[in-house]
Design a protein around this ligand. Structure first.
Ligand code: G3H
Ligand code: ZN
Length: 289
């Protein structure tokens, strides 16, 4: 069923686990995410970036997510990931998203505050939940094999800015830059737990969001999921699972052309990634179904 995020995020905050938020660009990714959540009896967030919306079309991708969500007994939240403008936030709200991210983190702090506040006004008027970003999460979803990258201190979230940002914007949750980077970084990524702890001490009731979680060890993911981080974003690891499965298929099936035979195993491989993450984030078994 399609649900709004508020109750589920609050439950995650109060009970020290995190919801998995997985990117989708098509049918197979959406089925993998909702299928995994059904198997694990876990609420789940299906998120689409602006790029995914451009690729699939807003009506098509949001319509598909809604239909698959409604066919499932599992609570499914539909979320806009890294919305860069008020225009896309408005369009997604119209299309039935219960949750949006406004990402003005590349702007000055004053502009980030102003743009986020406006998005919050628009979204809250429709009962839609808003995530914003303070500090900047670097890299790019799908970027591969970059070794030893570290987030420069200037891009990390500055704990002393958090209270004012939240008060001035009225945002519901905050994506924080605490060491993770978008993309897969060959085991070199890590979370700066001392920074997470500082932020949660300052704003104990604020749900936090970790982006760029592909490539983070399960041990670190488990630990961060038990903090005030209530939403953890995964994209690249699903893309890798998909691509590896397609490559494996063609390495033995040189002359096959049935799209279902090609994409079916890829969908299964992505579902396995999501199932593991839901266990690690601690949300498995908690959905009331
Ligand atoms: O917004 C999406 C994510 O932060 C995904 O990051 O590609 O490193 O998993 P990732
Ligand atoms: Zn992200």
């Amino acid at each position: 069923m399609l649900v709004k995020p508020q109750d589920y995020i609050n439950d995650a905050l109060n009970n020290h686990y995190a919801l998995g938020s997985f990117n989708s660009v098509n049918l197979e990714m959406t089925q993998a995410i909702i299928g995994a959540a059904g198997k694990k009896k876990s609420a789940v967030i299906v998120q689409t970036s602006e790029g995914a919306i451009e690729y699939a079309g807003l009506a098509a991708i949001s319509g598909m997510i809604k239909i698959l969500a409604e066919e499932s007994l599992i609570p499914v939240i539909m979320h806009l990931d890294h919305g860069k403008s008020l225009a896309i936030v408005r369009k997604c709200i119209e299309a039935g998203y219960g949750s949006v991210m406004i990402d003005a983190s590349k702007e000055s702090l004053a502009d980030n505050v102003a743009i986020t506040r406006e998005a919050v006004e628009v979204a809250h008027a429709r009962g839609v939940w808003v995530e914003a970003e303070l500090g900047a999460i670097m890299g790019m979803e799908g970027a591969m094999g970059l070794r030893g990258r570290r987030t420069p201190n200037d891009f990390l979230t500055k704990p002393q800015q958090v209270v004012d940002f939240v008060e001035q914007t009225g945002v519901d949750a905050l994506a924080v830059s605490v060491g993770t980077i978008h993309g897969a970084f060959t085991g070199q990524e890590y979370i700066r737990f001392e920074l997470v702890e500082k932020i949660e001490k300052i704003t104990p009731d604020l749900p936090l969001v970790v982006h760029g979680a592909s490539g983070i060890t399960n041990e670190h993911l488990r630990r961060v999921a038990s903090s005030n981080v209530c939403k953890i974003n995964i994209d690249t690891e699903m893309r890798i699972a998909f691509t590896e499965a397609v490559k494996a298929y063609f390495s033995v099936n040189h002359d096959k052309v049935d799209i279902r035979d090609i994409l079916g195993p890829a969908r299964e491989a992505m579902q396995q990634v999501v199932e593991i993450k839901l266990d690690v984030f601690g949300s498995s078994g908690l959905a009331d179904v």
